[in-house]
Write a protein that binds this ligand. Structure first.
Ligand code: FES
Ligand SMILES: [Fe+2]
Length: 426
């Protein structure tokens, strides 16, 4: 982030802090239908027409560090194996043998020095998914091995992060990320190490779980002892990007004062020097469609993912990534930071099953969102656009009220102009 972008964000924070209402012309959100969290029809539409088209974070190269390593990845609901290929890159395929569909791997993680061998009749594939050997080939008439590789899944890396899409026509990952891709560069994803990784179950729709991490309106109520003390939520700046992505930036506080310089560094804690002022002194968090939420920073930070298992069951996956701590164990402070964050997660997830019961109840018809919750509405608009507006039944649809007018790069300039015009007039 260069000096002019940093200044623009600081100016926007001043504006957000001082405003008495949403910016001039900001739309009133129609209530979002409760059915978006409770309707099997909507869930099936999401599965068929949304999850099948987006880019999803499927792993980190540290999970498969050596050539021939693999991981089984089924959180998307599809059986996929991801390998570390001879070219040093990640490759992905359906875990579905081209003979009669048996799995080529069965463990969550492993290494296959002799290739991926199907346990049923022994067909064997290389790390790029090509069929390289089969027993008793004489018994097959005219079998063209070159057409019998594992069915490939589109895969691209952003540094060490592995993204997968089931859509052969998906645009390249960087194009999908849009302006967010350049913003992520300074966080050094090509070097960040995997510090921890775990998954647990929640009893609510995946969007209910994710949306707890897409606004700061809840901070005062849910996090009075934790996040609230360290974050000036009323100065938060939301930016909406194409494809439903968004960013929030809120100044961090120490003893009630906004932080303008990162705290003094400690030699034993690795620090990513390419992270600029905002990333070092603010909570700079991204939502990347469909289910990626991450407050990024210069040392250690989490990436949260929310996977639908059914209409009201979600797997919450957490990747912790960190600047390289060199040989030996990671600093104790990282473990302490992860323990602290577990408290915050417990606070954030505490209402998921309650809310699910509410939205399923007779009482609930829709969700009225406010300006601070715009990133949630923006994501829902994008879900409907990706599914296809005409495919979503009218009673389950959200109106497209944000549109380009409130999407980057239009929003920031417009809000700043109004702010400074007003200040000049007073
Ligand atoms: S099903 Fe895999 S070799 Fe037969
Ligand atoms: Fe929270």
């Amino acid at each position: 982030m260069d000096a002019s972008e940093i200044k623009e964000i600081r100016d926007l924070m001043d504006f957000e802090k001082a405003r008495k209402a949403p910016p001039e012309g900001f739309p009133k959100f129609p209530d979002m239908p409760a059915g978006r969290y409770t309707s099997q029809e909507f869930y099936d539409l999401e599965k068929k027409n949304y999850w099948s088209k987006v880019w999803m974070l499927a792993g980190h190269m540290d999970e498969i560090p050596e050539i021939g390593d693999y991981k089984l990845w089924e959180l998307s609901g599809q059986p996929v194996v991801i390998t570390h290929g001879d070219d040093g890159k990640a490759h992905a395929f359906f875990n579905t043998c081209s003979h009669r569909g048996a799995p080529v791997v069965k463990e969550a993680y492993g290494s296959a020095p002799a290739g991926l061998a199907c346990g049923y009749h022994g067909w064997t594939y290389n790390y790029e998914g090509d069929l390289i050997s089969l027993r008793d080939r004489r018994d097959f008439v005219d079998l063209d091995m070159s057409c019998r590789g594992l069915f490939k899944v589109k895969v691209e890396q952003f540094g060490k992060l592995i993204f997968v899409s089931f859509d052969d026509d998906a645009v390249p990952l960087r194009e999908y990320l849009g302006p967010v891709a350049n913003q992520l560069e300074e966080f050094g994803f090509d070097k960040l190490r995997l510090a921890n990784h775990y998954v647990w179950d929640l009893k609510c729709n995946w969007k209910i779980a994710m949306e707890a991490n897409m606004e700061v309106y809840h901070v005062k109520s849910i996090h009075p002892e934790t996040v609230d003390a360290g974050l000036d939520y009323r100065a938060n700046v939301n930016t909406l990007y194409n494809n439903g992505h968004s960013r929030m930036v809120a100044p961090n506080l120490i003893d009630g004062d906004v932080v303008y310089r990162s705290p003094p560094r400690q030699d034993h804690i690795p620090f990513n020097e390419s992270v600029t002022e905002i990333g070092c002194t603010c909570t700079q968090s991204y939502h990347i469609e469909p289910n990626f939420v991450s407050p990024m920073g210069p040392t250690l930070f989490p990436i949260l993912l929310f996977w639908p298992m059914s209409l009201n069951e979600t797997k919450y996956e957490l990747y912790w990534v960190a600047a390289d701590w060199g040989e030996g164990d990671m600093p104790a402070e990282f473990n302490a930071a992860m323990d602290y964050f577990n408290v915050v997660i417990t606070e954030d997830t505490q209402f998921g099953d309650w809310i699910q019961k509410s939205v399923e109840s007779y009482a609930f018809s829709g969700v009225p969102l406010c300006y601070q919750e715009a990133r949630i509405y923006h994501a829902h608009e994008s879900i409907d656009r990706t599914i296809g507006l005409n495919k979503v039944p009218e009673d389950l649809r959200v109106a497209q009220v944000l549109g380009d007018e409130w999407t980057y790069p239009n929003d920031d300039k417009e809000r700043l102009r109004q702010h400074f015009d007003k200040a000049a007039a007073e």
